[in-house]
Design a protein around this ligand. Sequence first.
Ligand SMILES: [Zn+2]
Length: 265
Amino acid sequence: MHGVRETLSATLADAGLADRVVEVHASMRSFSERVDADEILHAFDTARMTSVFPAFSHVFQVVPDERTQLAANGYLYGSPTTGAVPEYRREHDDVSSDLGVLPRVALQRGAIRGDHPFNAFCALGPHAASITAAQTSNDTYGPVREAAANGGMLLLIGVRLGRAPCIQHPERLAGREQFVRWCSEGGVVRPAVTGGCSAAFGEFSSHVTPGLRLECLGSTWQMFDLTALIAEIVEAVVENPYLGLCGRPHCNKCRVGRARVASRH
Ligand SMILES: [Zn+2]
């Protein structure tokens, strides 16, 4: 009978993820027995993986003054959203709760955070510094591009493809414009490019080659080659520029996204 750590390590080896750059999205609740975030991170470390996580946070968002505001920005200026922390600082460990516990624990264990006030990726392992250095306020998905350039994989642990924020990268490559939000740094309000709505990202799963599936401790894992996945999503969005935009009546980002597509045709 193997322990949890041995089983995790054996699954990573079976998946061919040793020594690879791997973007990870995980639901710890998907395991049928208790698995700690530390046990997963330990298994990644033992496999000499560079693990990359979305560590998005909205605590630094500020509302810009009227001169700074942009039209058609998926944003309702009359009902502003302001974060809890008035000044952006790169080193912090806040992560939106919907991204799961793993990115937060990774940060507590020394993961390097990319320099983006809202959509930072963080990384642990041999290539963590170069992957996160690819991120700036204007190059939100630089770490995804860098991971792909390093032969990177996407590993979904008990979550569907539609939960992977890296889809925003090929969306942008396919011509879908991003949005701008603002933070304050050193008392100066500055912009940062942020992605669109992900509510309808599940639509992409029928447009890409299904990932390799493995079972581990009751959790279904899926793996995709990032370069191939990015290419397939770009092709799907070029083919249908409305793909992945949700139809929820109150979604301003997707409403603007649809209007942008309509204005091009
Ligand atoms: Zn939407």
